[in-house]
Write a protein that binds this ligand. Structure first.
Ligand code: LLP
Length: 470
């Protein structure tokens, strides 16, 4: 394996690069054999043509592209997030190409994974960005992204964040309340500029997903009610420091059906048509993000089907299309690599205590999310049912429950679908330094974020002066 900065040498991890986790034969399925379903292709990050994009077994060991995960663990330690460049590029291209021929901009929802290297990669592919904070804007700028391709979402933008985004020249603010419109108009007037806006409309549609990540229902804190939006557009049109550009929706995340999108978009587009009566002509419509991926047995919407729906809805229209996909571009492109520290039993239960914890991957604890956990070197003998738990002092600190695995101390495990909302939601709980991140490009490994040090964990803090300390 080659590492960043080192000379290209013999590829340790080189081997067959086709086949999926289920099919280690490495042979492409002949035409008379059933092809894997779209969902299976997603899970295993295999292109429809059958070539591997991301993670696969070679000679009994899980690899990221052509890099052996054991070599990555040895070099960079665990826990460690490992991303596949090819999987990231493949996911972006698939999404972008689905809208070929239509004026569009994919604005990657960077909250899913804000790593500079990933932003840089997507920017180089022509991606814009959906941001929700001044910090995310700073990250886009640090990664060399173009603020003119940035849409700024979020229900509580501060004046300082608005100023920074106006100064940077973002494409559009997705305004989520009448009060925000007033704040933004005032900030823009102070700066003697016009703020480009969309309203994020709340179409009151049930996206049928986890309640924490459903955003398009009437009672949600997000967006402006679709019934009030027309009046708001009229009001905004009369504001000299506001320039109306478009309309936006985002109804939720990990959505696995097309129907909620169709229903919501139809409502949004009929509002766009109604606005013309008031002389308000929009130049873009933003469909938001939310397309789900397969963690376990979900059947995600195929990008091609989503695109066909969008094309049908947009027939005869000429607004530019914006999209804000997050999870779908990155989830399958990452694993969390962790090592078993201790195996123990308690009554009937067996635990594998690993070195990754809820501070590294919060999704299981927060949403009860299910992530596949695979051994880097799978064995069949001695398999038993394990709870995969971390060292953090909470019973809610688990990565997975009831998984059949043959495990021993020192074994490496890969927690799948960890490219999205994983490192992004990590913390320093229990004074644990955050994990390192590695991006693999064929057989080259790039350390894109080194592990935090203990010194960094306390660097922002000061002790009390002696007279107040006791
Ligand atoms: N646009 C807006 C305005 C959003 O709020 C979000 C996600 C997206 C786009 C991207 O959605 P995606 O395509 O990734 O579904 N932490 C949760 C997910 C929270 C999503 C928040 N908003 C999780 O781990 O499942």
């Amino acid at each position: 394996m080659r590492h960043q900065g080192s000379a290209a040498t013999a590829a340790e991890g080189a081997g067959r690069t086709v086949g999926s986790d289920d099919d280690e034969s490495g042979d492409a399925a002949p035409d008379d054999v059933a092809r894997p379903s779209a969902a299976e292709l997603d899970r295993y990050a295999v292109t429809p043509a059958g070539s591997v994009r991301g993670f696969h077994y070679v000679d009994g060991e899980l690899h990221a592209e052509r890099a052996a995960l054991s070599a990555i663990a040895q070099r960079f330690g665990t826990p460690c997030y490992v991303y596949s460049r090819a999987a990231l590029v493949g996911a972006f291209r698939e999404f972008d190409a689905a809208f070929a021929g239509l004026p569009h901009l994919v604005c990657y929802a960077m909250k899913a994974n804000p790593s500079l290297a990933i932003l840089d990669l997507f920017a180089s592919l022509g991606s814009g960005f959906d941001i929700v904070s001044g910090g995310e804007l700073a990250r886009v700028q640090a990664a060399g992204g173009d603020p003119r391709n940035v849409v700024f979402s979020g229900v509580g933008k501060s004046d300082a964040e608005m100023e920074a985004a106006l100064a940077a020249g973002v494409l559009c603010f997705n305004v989520e309340s009448p009060a925000e419109l007033d704040h933004l108009a005032a900030v823009a007037a102070r700066m003697s500029v016009r703020a480009p806006i969309s309203f994020r409309v709340n179409p009151d549609v049930d996206p049928r997903t986890h309640p924490y990540i459903a955003t398009g229902l009437r009672e949600s804190k997000f967006g402006v009610g679709i019934d009030c939006a027309h009046a708001l557009y009229r009001r905004a049109a009369a504001m000299p420091s506001i320039e109306i550009r478009g309309i936006d929706m985002h109804i939720g995340s990990q959505i696995t059906e097309l129907a909620p999108y169709r229903e919501a978009a139809a409502k949004m587009l009929s509002l766009v048509d109604a606005l013309v009566g008031d002389g308000i002509v929009l130049s873009h419509v933003d469909f938001g993000g939310g397309l789900g991926t397969r963690y376990r047995d979900e059947a995600p919407v195929a990008i091609a089907d989503y695109a066909a729906m969008v094309r049908e809805l947009m027939r005869g229209r000429n607004e530019r299309l914006l999209f804000e996909p997050g999870r779908r571009l990155v989830a399958d492109a990452g694993v969390l690599l962790t090592r078993v520290r201790v195996v123990k039993a308690a009554g009937e239960r067996r635990f594998a205590v690993v070195d990754a914890a809820m501070n590294d991957l919060l999704r299981p604890a927060l949403y009860g999310a299910w992530h596949a956990v695979d051994a880097v070197h799978p064995r069949t003998e001695g398999a038993a049912r394990y709870d995969i738990v971390g060292p953090v002092c909470e019973s809610g600190d688990f990565l997975a429950h009831d998984r059949m695995l043959a495990l021993a101390e020192g074994d490496l495990l890969a927690v799948r679908s960890a490219g999205a909302y994983a490192m992004a939601m990590s913390s320093n709980y229990n004074a644990r330094p955050r994990a390192s991140e590695v991006l693999v490009d064929d057989d080259v490994t790039h350390l894109i974020r080194r592990r935090e040090t203990f010194a960094e964990l306390i660097a922002q803090e000061t002790r009390l002066p002696p007279q107040s300390a006791r």
